[in-house]
Design a protein around this ligand. Sequence first.
Ligand SMILES: [Zn+2]
Length: 351
Amino acid sequence: MIESPMPWHVSAWRQSVALRSHALLVHGVAGSGERAFAIALAHAWLCEAPPAEARPCGRCAGCRLSAAGNHPDLRVIEPEAMAAGLGGAEEGSESDAEDGDDGDTGRRTSKPSREIKIDQLRALAELAQLTSHRGGARVVVIHPAETMNAAAANSLLKLLEEPPPGMRIVLVAEHLRRLGATLVSRCVRVALASPARQVSMTWLGEQGVKDPAAALARGGGAPLAALALDDGEQSALWRGWLRGVSEPADSAVQAARETDAVEVPMLLGWMCRWLHDLGRVKAGARPRHHPDAFDALDRLARGLSLAQITRLARGFDSRQRWIRHPLNAQLQREALWLDYLQGVTPAAGRW
Ligand SMILES: [Zn+2]
């Protein structure tokens, strides 16, 4: 699919697409569409027709390759765990980034890395020696840039000192502090705005959503998620999932089977917001994302301490940074449901 920028990114888009810099640093709140923005930039730069309004034409050979996800002059560098969709955080693990692996020593570990490693950057340096396949730009997107380990970041710095001709690098980051001042100083920064609530509501209305406020609550304030949930098919899936979390079943396998049509990252996002609301209700507040499910949340919250809910919610939140496109989705679903069911019914004794 050819990516295009969201309405709340239009001014950032106009600035960025015209930039001639070889290194851009796109930063914004995770989930604000920052990755899609970077890919959209890449698609626009790789379009071989003069793009109208700086948008990719969608018809040329370059655009067709981009849309198919296999443009030879585009590389997206992400942590292995993110690309594989594995590597959820262990119970009690607060710090994902520090979970070291041995990427730089060449030793193989059993887990996919949660870091961008120097090998991935070496491949980039090799790419820099080659000429463009299609005769245009070569574009590299590094996401999330703050997951580069120290060796990888140093290697990138060297590359940026002598930028390879015709290569454009887009770093995508949420936490600039973690990137290091030197690296940040070598890039042109593009700050992405998060959509204001009213902008999101208007956009949702334009997409045909009848109750934008309710949809936005369900989507956790993220208009893209809200829109998807409003679609007939997804909305049915969501209601099925809601029954599953409201009335915890005995079997994680069964629960996973009943939600097997829900993409794992989405399932995880729903769980995270549900647990967030569970914590709110326990603390005496109204649920933010599930205003209609107060009774079910309240019933669950009565059997749990706030500490138990917080621990459970944190465990789910920390998984969110890594799950993308799991290789074995059903196992992931079962793991999520097992953690949830164990977490909300700790006294049941059936585990
Ligand atoms: Zn094109």
